[in-house]
Design a protein around this ligand. Structure first.
Ligand code: ADP
Ligand code: MG
Length: 393
């Protein structure tokens, strides 16, 4: 039980390599960007795909490769200056001063690199400070949750800083992390930095990567798991590692309470029930708002069909993507016109605005506003017997 408690991390970003799976492509891309003078990166993807974990683990790896790595997380109260203070505060600079007189030796002092910034933080001042800290070692700085930086003037200053750093080829790499929209906005507003900014897309994880999370945690727990249980977990997770961590942990606990160290398919069924009970309040509320009705309606089924619809890399799906799963759930063929109204309503406030709508008419696309709602809906569908695990992608 103790090992199972330690081997999984459903609630916080991963910061240890031993718990981290997959993503080798993104890691090697970050290493090669760090080695290219004048290159910087944006890492973007849906909430919950593992961006923060990637940055944390890559920072650890960069450090073992003898580089300096720091991370700062933006919040709504931040501006350009406060973000840089946070980031530089993680870096220590050492100075040696020569004592007075013949016999005096040199004195080593170390202080936070944030001290290199003056009261008013400008891109110029940041470049100066970064030049100092990068004198001995290459530096990589991750700015997480960049989209939460409300201050639009601050974003412009970031673009200016990146431009300035690339023009002067300072040995510093900046990695901006955010959800897709904010990043494309940044690049759109500042064409001049497009060339200096490599874009790293974080897609949802593949079934194989998710299976690696399962087996790694199960191995660390000194347990075993049946292939059928792995298949169930990876199908239910819908590419989002949070659910893989949660379901595997709960399934392992379910097996242990029955005095088994081999996790079986039925343990996953138990885990699904528990995961639904333990889902975030916001997810549960969104589901209820979207599906409650006094009359009998097909909102639960339409929402479930949306969760099962094949989405593109940005989590977007079209009404016709929903048709096939809906017809399967309701047991008779449906045309898109029969549920177009439902999709629209689900993207309005009266139904909790659970979907976000892009475009109109034939070209309209939807996505789950909160990506974590999607696996929740799928798990409910399975536990209520509306779909079978095999029918999930
Ligand atoms: N590569 C990974 N291997 C294992 N688990 C991961 C991985 N990436 C993310 N996770 C899990 O997914 C959850 C969400 O990851 P996080 O890094 O916070 O995503 P994001 O920053 O994109 O919202 C974490 O709590 C962690 O449990
Ligand atoms: Mg994050």
């Amino acid at each position: 039980m103790r090992l199972v408690g330690e081997a999984f991390r459903p609630a916080a970003p991963i910061d240890r390599r031993s718990l981290f799976s997959g993503r080798s492509e993104q890691i090697s891309e970050l290493f090669s960007i760090a080695a290219q003078p004048g290159q910087h990166a944006v890492i973007y993807g849906e909430r919950g795909v593992g961006k923060t974990s990637l940055a944390a683990v890559t920072a650890e790896m960069l450090q073992s490769a003898n580089m300096l790595a720091a991370r700062a997380t933006c919040d709504v109260s931040d501006d350009f200056g406060s973000v840089w203070r946070k980031a530089l505060d993680e870096i220590r600079v050492h100075t040696t001063t020569q004592g007075l007189g013949f016999t005096a030796g040199t004195k080593e002092t170390s202080h936070s690199a944030a001290g290199l910034l003056a009261d008013e933080v400008t891109p110029h001042a940041v470049r100066g400070a970064l030049e100092r800290v990068s004198a001995q070692r290459d530096v990589v700085i991750f700015i997480d949750e960049f989209d939460r930086l409300q201050d639009s003037a601050g974003r412009v200053l970031f673009a200016d800083t990146i431009k300035m750093l690339s023009d002067r080829v300072v040995r510093v790499t900046i990695g901006l992390i955010g959800v897709a929209d904010s990043v494309s906005e940044l690049v759109r507003e500042h064409r001049s930095i497009e060339r200096a900014l490599a874009q790293i897309h974080m897609p949802r994880m593949t079934r194989n990567e998710l299976a690696e999370i399962v087996t790694r945690g199960i191995d660390a727990s000194q347990m075993t798991i049946r292939p059928e249980a792995v298949r169930k977990i990876t199908a239910l997770s819908q590419g989002l590692p949070h659910y893989t961590q949660l379901l595997t942990q709960l399934a392992a606990q379910a097996a242990l309470t029955q005095r088994r160290i081999a996790v079986a398919g039925r343990d996953v069924d138990v885990a699904v029930g528990r995961a639904l009970d333990r889902a975030q309040q916001s997810v549960v509320e969104a589901y209820q708002e979207a599906t409650t009705d006094t009359r009998r309606s097909i909102y639960p089924q339409v929402l479930l069909a949306c969760a099962l619809a094949p989405e593109n890399d940005f989590g977007l799906f079209t009404p016709s993507d929903v048709r096939e799963p809906l017809s399967r759930i309701l047991g008779k063929p449906y045309k898109t016109a029969a549920f177009a109204r439902h999709l629209d309503e689900l993207s309005q406030e009266s139904r909790g605005e659970v979907l976000q709508k892009y475009g109109t008419g034939r070209t309209s696309r939807y996505r789950f506003l909160n990506p974590l709602l999607q696996p929740y809906v799928a798990m409910r569908g399975v536990s209520e017997g509306l779909v079978r695990v095999q029918d999930l992608r």
